[in-house]
Design a protein around this ligand. Sequence first.
Ligand code: FAD
Ligand code: NAP
Length: 432
Amino acid sequence: MSLRVAVVGSGPAGIYTTEALMKQAPGTVEVDVLERLPTPYGLVRYGVAPDHTSIKSIAGYLRRVLELPGVRFLGGVELGRDVGVADLLDCYDAVVYCTGAMVDRRMGVPGEDLPGSVAATDFVNWYCGHPDVPADRFVLDSSEVAVVGVGNVAVDVVRVLAKSAEELRATDVPEEVLARLADSQVKAIHMIGRRGPEHAKFTLKELRELGELANADVCVRPDEAVADLTDASRQVRGNVEVLRGWAARPPAGRPRRLDIRFWMRPVEILGEDRVEALKLERTRLEEGRVVGTGEFEILPVGMVLRSVGYRSVPLPGVPFSESTMTVPNEAGRIRDREYVAGWLKRGPTGVIGTNKSDAAETVRTLLSDLAGRDPVRHAGLDALLASRGVSPVTYDHWLSIEAAETALARTLGRGERVKLLGLKAMLDACGR
Ligand SMILES: Cc1cc2nc3c(=O)[nH]c(=O)nc-3n(C[C@H](O)[C@H](O)[C@H](O)COP(=O)(O)OP(=O)(O)OC[C@H]3O[C@@H](n4cnc5c(N)ncnc54)[C@H](O)[C@@H]3O)c2cc1C
Ligand SMILES: NC(=O)c1ccc[n+]([C@@H]2O[C@H](COP(=O)([O-])OP(=O)(O)OC[C@H]3O[C@@H](n4cnc5c(N)ncnc54)[C@H](OP(=O)(O)O)[C@@H]3O)[C@@H](O)[C@H]2O)c1
């Protein structure tokens, strides 16, 4: 009899886990991939920037895993809402949690809750057309915007803010969001790093792309592009070289300006009823720690986007460490028959491919633990879901959603796909 495994979450970690199960135990495993959304692929669909089409094409690889015999996609099924841990342990021999890191981290400065102070998670979800965020969530009516953080997500966010709507037309950005981007009043974008250029988390390829923006000048202050490159990696040397090049380059008079700042930390978001400015303090390192110098600067921005990292949320009934914001595990094992992979296991770092080896480790642990055991399941998930009035979105339903998105792109004369916005539109498109 086959081993039956439930994988919860259909992002890269969930799908690479499924692939590793099928490869490491060929012909002896069946996998159900449970996903709260009607659509698979997690952050590949709702995180990777719309203009990064070559990275998004990884979905073509992931889909082949969902099409393998013995694999089922069950969309619209949320752990904690529709099923619990005990239900899954009744129905499957093992469960692998791959629910990622869905929420934002905070900066912990006064004014962070003012309207106009927002998380990059929200903004990314908005331009990616995530059903949790409505089209009217953002109005880009400020001429100056600050983006706090100098990681790759911040680079995505500033690039989307800097590009014209015309440049994004051929992407899958929902039509309603594109209309709002076309109305953007943003003229200046300030990207804020609390340490030096040698400490920035962005990668060279992503940084270089900012210098190719047709709609924005990139400005760096020569005194902030200075860096200690002792022991620096090639990547860091490359970043600093690019930044120094920009510091020496005069602006070309493009419609928008991107100011990349270093050694500045946010200390307060100012405003009465909404964000009116961001107060920054110059910083330096003291024994490796960022400390303020007492020199302040006020940026007259109407929106502050914090791009300071993601964090996982606890799953009901699953152990969770509040200090690491991950599920404690040993090579993927949480406890008997329960496993974890991806960002929920390691924290919110690493590119899509990092999740492949990570998932393979979890699967090795799982298969070695379960080797020679008799199957323990006795209930069927389909009957359980039906008894609760939950009718999953199948893989074929998802293909209908995809077909509707490609048809919409054709009708609008835009690229390969235009995302449908909102759960209702997606469910209507697949006849649900
Ligand atoms: C904005 C952004 C852009 C990125 N861009 C790139 C890039 O260009 N290139 C690159 O290599 N890497 C990129 N990354 C990193 C990459 O996306 C991650 O490494 C990867 O997505 C992590 O995979 P995961 O499966 O752990 O999480 P996720 O991709 O987040 O997948 C988790 C899945 O679980 C589902 N889920 C959550 N809770 C439940 C529940 N209770 N029940 C059922 N399902 C649930 C979610 O809906 C989601 O589909 C980016 C990350 C971010 C945040
Ligand atoms: N194209 C791609 O390949 C791509 C695209 C997007 C994301 N990703 C990956 O996804 C992962 C997550 O990316 P991310 O950008 O969210 O996270 P990240 O790489 O960890 O960057 C977070 C940034 O926020 C800063 N920060 C944290 N707390 C802060 C605070 N309180 N005040 C000011 N700044 C603060 C950090 O500075 P300190 O260093 O000083 O803490 C850092 O610059 C990364 O592994 C990334 O490479 C990849």
